[in-house]
Design a protein around this ligand. Sequence first.
Ligand code: F3S
Length: 409
Amino acid sequence: MQLNPKEQEMLDGHNGEATRKAMEILAALGTIYGAERMLPVTSVQVAGVSYENLGEAGLEFLTEMADQGGKARVLTTLNPAGMDIENWQSLGISPEFADNQKRVIEAFARMGVITTCTCTPYLSGNLPHFGEHIAWAESSAVCFANAVIGARTNREGGPSALAAALTGCTPEYGMHLDRERQPVVRVQVKARMEAGNGAPGTHLFGALGRTIGEQLAASGLRPVPYIQGIERATLEELKSFCASLATYGGTALFHMAGITPEAAAVAVPAETLVVTQPDLEAAIQSLNDAEPGEVDFVSLGCPHLSLGEIARIAALLEGKQVVKEFWITTSRPNKQMADRMGYTHIIEASGAKFAVDTCCVVAPIKGRFHTLATDSAKACYYAYAKNKFKTVFKSFDQVVEEALGKGAA
Ligand code: F3S
């Protein structure tokens, strides 16, 4: 691939060893994927932050890059870590894990990475605009950025996202190209997507993401679906849908008629898959492999909660007491705003816990719980795949009821 003089200088080591290594990673990726050149990026989101996933080898790599002078050249934020950075003790994290996790965060901070630790960077100050080229790594955020915002990013790995941060560029292939953003299959949704009474339908959109993702995977189609039949969707429902579609279908982009920004500009494919009400109900059923009475762990916030969702939890918990371990996962900026609005006081008075900077999937909690209640289809997938938890999959409001001990009623 062709590098411009500035990029060639980076590869030749004129900007330090960390930058040289970063450009080497990107040039190799570009060659593998047939990119002709690099594109400047304006925003990066790095995944692979939890020490549980990184291990000592990952920490050593990050420390070395920081020691060798690596510095982010563009706005760069982090995916969730393995613990609440400020309040890890209350979540039962061991001091040894906390020490290692802090070393990871410190290495990123030395490289000028903003340590937000959230999978919804678009809710916390890292919000690209339509058409912007970016390099994000978290799969749910990648899908949200491409589909809902109309920015352009491949699903980066941890090292390639960090490399984009340190060089300010990424190879031009995949989702950066118009031709790769064209839909190849039409999905007609013939199922009710509203929870009723204005209640959040995050679980319905999660179930829909699972249904479409699995149908696409089974059909062997390149996964850019064009979705019709959905009249409205909130930001929170879309973030739930993105997380699920990316998990079950490996999908980095979809178009949704009347809702996402590129839908009106692309040709509608002829080939059609149909999602029916029984399909949706079967997906919901399949995400429930336990009885409500078995639930010993409740979590909302996969992907990380918006401030509106935190406000709703506070309203549902006000004056009540939870009877189960209940984690509310969100970003630090949203938690700080929740403090100011009095939501934190209400939520913590109920016995529920904020788990900021982290989530029920990346925290080291294997063996501590048996059955998770959640509204997130993605969390269900990883609860079993990573921790062997059973799952109870319900609506947002019903999950709060579970925490209050009313789930079995
Ligand atoms: Fe985010 Fe953790 Fe879910 S990183 S998308 S809350 S698995």
